[in-house]
Design a protein around this ligand. Structure first.
Ligand SMILES: *Cc1c(COP(=O)(O)O)cnc(C)c1O
Length: 436
């Protein structure tokens, strides 16, 4: 019993071939059947996998008072927010729109919402104040002034935490590294005490927390520990200064292994969360009576999802082979934006298929519209289905209508049940806001 629970929690992905002749399945559902029913490109997610990743976090942090605030920007599908909300998750939001999504799922969940982001507007603050969110992560003195003004106007007290910039380097892609002084995020540690004094002077502001977020797709525990230690030390000082700090928000950013092949078990998610938790728990051990807030996004949802796409054409330019698929950079922009690697596997592996080296590209008119370059893969034919793995985070949420392409449908699977959680957009959805 214990063994089976452990192995489920250590599962890298919910995708597998039940036997040598079967199509790729997500949990108990064939991706071929889903593609036939809903068309392609199609996002599919495993509900059980997301729940398992959430439980991994919950277990690892059980020794301390904590709240796991899912970073909504990683995947903002209402059905996924609902699934997490039912498990007791809080939410890290970065816009009024994301708050509206959380409220749509459950108005009461507002009390588990933390609001991040460097550019909050007055209407967004008003909505958050009226909804009664847990904490505003304030990122500048200008923002603090505006928040004070909105809070007095509405006569609502705002619980404030400053997002400090710990000046910690974390090895990741430069676009998703945020914890250095040269980045736009946070307030310098050295200024923080002064800013907290300003918070304390204001009748409608309450200094309740300190937060950091050092970046995304960070696979080592050490930088998280180092940042949390700096924050913990600052909390000690702030408490001496008389502030009632109750929350240490360690941010999100725990990374996964995009390079791991489908059968590769060298990456153990349970072990990674354990190491991450150990680093953070060590840091917070020095601060009594603190509630640890965590903001995982990618780690909870990335590996739960795949983008299923159909091969439209194969072509050859000189020595170069291209596989042209019906998904494109507007559906999944990570390769184009971050040179991100995604494993791509056949939905129905053909026995005896030769191997080839090819670029897997979409139909969009940009050279950057690719999913893989010079990828060694089993030869595929026109009409075959491919699954682009680890697409559950920053996939659909970063999608666009570029080239007037409609966004894909999304399906959420639990066991043998598949549920359409977002229909494919239609051209009418795209044209509706326009006038001429
Ligand atoms: C993006 C973001 C997160 C989530 O990052 P992941 O890498 O997806 O875990 C958490 N907190 C803040 C403030 C963010 O901007």
């Amino acid at each position: 019993m214990l063994f089976s629970a452990r192995s489920a929690l250590s599962q890298v992905r919910p995708f597998s071939y039940p036997d040598r002749r079967a199509a790729l399945h997500v949990e108990g559902v064939s991706l071929e059947a889903l593609a036939r029913r809903h068309g392609t490109p199609l996002y599919v997610y495993s509900a059980d996998h997301i729940a398992q990743r959430f439980d991994l976090f919950a277990r690892a942090f059980a020794p301390v008072s904590h709240l796991i605030c899912f970073a909504v920007k990683a995947n903002s599908a209402l059905a996924i927010l609902q699934l997490l909300e039912k498990r007791g998750a809080g939410f890290d939001i970065v816009s009024g729109g994301e708050l509206e999504r959380v409220l749509a799922v459950n108005k009461k969940a507002a009390e588990r919402v933390v609001f991040s982001g460097v550019g909050k507007t007055a209407p967004e603050m008003d909505l958050a104040l009226r909804s009664g969110i847990l904490l505003f992560h304030v990122e500048s003195e200008g923002e603090l002034e505006l928040l004070a003004e909105r809070a007095s106007k509405l006569r609502k007290r705002a619980a404030v935490s400053l997002r400090v910039n710990p000046d910690v380097f974390a090895e990741t892609h430069p676009y998703i590294s945020t914890g250095l002084r040269e980045h736009k995020f946070g307030i310098e540690m050295a200024r923080a005490r002064k800013v907290y004094r300003a918070v304390a002077r204001h009748k409608y502001l309450e200094a309740r927390g300190v937060s950091v977020h050092i970046g995304s797709q960070i696979r080592m525990a050490e930088p998280f520990g180092a940042a949390a230690e700096r924050v913990a030390a600052l909390i000690g000082q702030l408490r001496k200064d008389g502030h009632g700090i109750r929350f240490l928000d360690a941010g999100g950013g725990l990374g996964i292994e995009y390079q791991a092949g489908l059968e590769d078990a060298s990456f153990d998610p349970a072990e990674r969360v354990q190491q991450y938790a150990a680093a953070l728990l060590h840091a917070v051990a020095t601060v009594p009576e603190i509630t640890l807030l965590l903001e995982p996004g990618r780690f909870l949802v990335a590996q739960a999802g795949a983008l299923v796409t159909r091969v439209l054409y194969r072509k050859q330019n000189g020595a170069k082979h291209f596989v042209i698929v019906d998904a494109a950079m507007n559906d999944l922009i990570r390769p184009a934006l971050y040179q991100a690697h995604h494993e791509v596997v056949p939905v129905l592996p053909r026995r005896g298929a030769r191997s080839m080296v090819a670029d897997i590209v979409g139909p969009v008119c940009e050279t950057g519209d690719f999913f893989a370059r010079d990828r060694a893969m089993a030869a595929v034919r026109e009409g075959e289905l491919l699954a682009i793995l680890d697409a559950g985070a920053y996939g659909m949420s970063l999608s666009s209508n570029y080239n007037s392409r409609v966004r894909p449908a999304e399906v959420l699977v639990s066991g043998k049940r598949a549920r359409l959680i977002r229909r494919r957009e239609t051209i009418n959805d795209l044209l509706a806001p326009e006038k001429f």
